[in-house]
Design a protein around this ligand. Structure first.
Ligand code: NCD
Length: 357
């Protein structure tokens, strides 16, 4: 039973790799992560041909998803929306609460309960932390519960971004033993960046990973994450000097300054230019190292980096769509339909023009 008000909830209800609500990253086990990564690759591969794309569209045409996004979103919204379309799921949305009955004073829980009356999954992003957990708790008390997916809860958590980041890391290191044994740098506003916070919570699933936090002192990684890492024996160091640590990194995850959380313009007091990547920094990165960024970018990521083969963020962005399709397949328990496919035979029987991957 989910506790009311808790921010961190199991993604898996039964101890296996089943998914129902996806609220926080903490309880994600390696088995589930590996399965989701494999499923993501399979969905991507199947979608490459027209026959495959049609097969995917026939998987969930009887399901409906609701997007409740009251905080701005481009990538998470579009990638989930298109993941739904890939699987044949129909969608509806509320992005502006001034168009819903909330303006008449309808409470949050009544709104969520109402959404759940019409759809089979609620995908939500809010400015306040803990709302998705609250919605999941509510669902578990009603007769027709639908799964709730946290698509970003304040500056707290962003579990599906962490899943697509794991997929991107895993694929990038596929020829080098995967994520195990890698040194991963996270740079920027680590205090208020929910993507890096969620990603840290997944690191306990990998062997010999070392983390390097590169942030201005005022925006250093928060203690809840650091305690979690200590508890799980994951070594981490903190620095304000990118140049000192960059040559040892296998991946550098760059994030922007989260100005929207400023209370008194506190970010303005910080020289953030030291926490940026351009041609000079690329020259210090290992030839096989990678640059990631959840996007949108600010001045911390020079567009000149985009053409370097080690820039992984555009692929990371697209991976989000495939990973979110995999998450939806798991939630609706259709993963075996993809896992049992003979992908090569599937591609061979397809006479159509292949679609772009
Ligand atoms: C991130 C977010 O919303 O937290 N964006 C995203 O989902 N891709 C990162 C950010 O806004 O900085």
């Amino acid at each position: 039973m989910i506790q009311k008000g808790a921010h961190e909830q199991p993604v898996s209800a039964g101890g296996g790799t089943e998914l129902f609500h996806v609220i926080g990253p903490r309880v994600c086990e390696r088995r589930l992560l590996d399965e989701l990564c494999d499923l993501t690759t399979r969905v991507r591969t199947v979608a490459k041909s027209r026959a495959g794309a049609r097969f995917l569209q026939d998987l969930l045409p009887d399901r409906r998803a609701m997007f409740y996004f009251t905080q701005p979103s481009t990538r998470t919204f579009l990638s989930f929306n298109n993941a739904c379309h890939i699987l044949g799921i129909r969608t509806s949305e509320i992005r502006d609460p001034s168009t819903s009955s909330e303006v008449k004073g309808e409470g949050f829980e009544d709104s969520i309960r109402t959404f759940s009356s019409y759809v089979d999954v609620i995908i939500m992003r809010t400015r306040e932390p803990g709302r998705a957990a609250q919605a999941a708790w509510l669902m578990d008390t009603i007769a027709r519960p639908v799964p709730v997916i946290n698509a970003g809860s304040g500056s707290d958590q962003h579990p599906t971004q962490a899943l697509l980041d794991i997929y991107t890391l895993d694929r990038s290191f596929s020829q080098r033993g995967g994520i195990d044994g890698k040194v991963i740098g996270m740079m920027g506003d680590l205090k208020r960046g929910r993507t890096v916070r969620s990603l840290c919570y997944l690191m306990k699933n990998y062997f010999d990973v070392r983390l390097v936090f590169i942030a201005p002192e005022q925006f250093a990684m928060q203690n809840d994450v650091k305690s979690h890492l200590e508890e799980h024996g994951i070594p981490f160091t903190e620095t304000e000097q990118l140049g000192k640590v960059l040559p040892e990194l296998d991946a550098l995850y760059v994030t922007r300054m989260q100005l929207e959380w400023d209370k008194a313009d506190e970010s303005r007091a910080v020289d953030f230019s030291r926490f940026s990547v351009g041609a000079k920094e690329l020259g210090m990165l290992k030839p096989e190292g990678i640059i990631m960024h959840p996007l949108p970018r600010g001045p911390e990521l020079d567009p000149a980096v985009d053409t370097d083969p080690r820039a992984m963020y555009w692929r990371q962005e697209r991976n989000g769509m495939w990973m979110r399709a995999a998450v939806l397949l798991k939630i609706f328990r259709l993963e075996s339909r993809i896992q049992s496919l003979d992908l090569e035979a599937f591609a061979a029987q397809d006479g159509d023009i292949p679609l772009v991957s």
